[in-house]
Ligand binder design. Structure first.
Ligand SMILES: [Zn+2]
Ligand SMILES: [Zn+2]
Length: 166
């Protein structure tokens, strides 16, 4: 039921229709040395307005999407992928050549992996379905009136898809 809340925001014609079966998603970094593939539809996505995301992206917020366990694979440039693990959060992976943010994993369960949506090549079909850490949102970028639920702190655990992260 909780996952349905996220899944309903998917564009089902892209993700589940028999007429257009799911095609693996491609993605990568700016310098194109690191490439990845995602073999299954993404599970859900959200906007994060926390200060860490602001610093990491150099922008007002980040958009991250949960992957199905085992569906994400680096297909090129694995030796260029670096990471930073904060003391209290998921490990953040990026291209050490160009600095592009790529994905994040749960240090205790690395199969829980969320991808930075901006790193994807094309439309993955899903849409972000909530805003979290809105109390920390940048003063210079009002959160759009898009009708999505807003949470002043982290998205409540019960609402999160199985592999979500900030
Ligand atoms: Zn790169
Ligand atoms: Zn964040």
């Amino acid at each position: 039921m909780l996952l349905e809340r996220w899944v309903k925001h998917e564009d089902s014609s892209r993700v589940t229709s028999d007429r257009s079966p799911f095609q693996p998603l491609g993605g990568g970094c700016m310098c194109e040395r690191v490439r990845f593939e995602i073999a299954e539809p993404l599970l859900g996505a959200l906007y994060c307005h926390c200060k860490r995301c602001q610093r990491r992206t150099g922008s007002a917020f980040s958009v991250t999407a949960a992957t199905a366990p085992g569906s994400f694979k680096i297909v090129q440039g694995a030796d260029l992928v670096g990471s930073w693990r904060p003391p209290d959060g998921w490990e953040k992976f990026f291209c050490t050549e160009c600095g592009s943010q790529l994905y994040t994993t749960d240090p205790e369960q690395p199969e829980r992996l969320s991808v930075r949506m901006g790193a994807l090549d094309a439309d993955p079909g899903i849409r972000p379905s909530a805003h979290q850490f809105t109390d920390y949102a940048a003063a210079w970028e009002p959160i759009p009136d898009d009708g999505l639920p807003r949470f002043p702190e982290r998205l409540p655990g019960a609402m999160r898809p199985p592999q979500s992260e900030v």
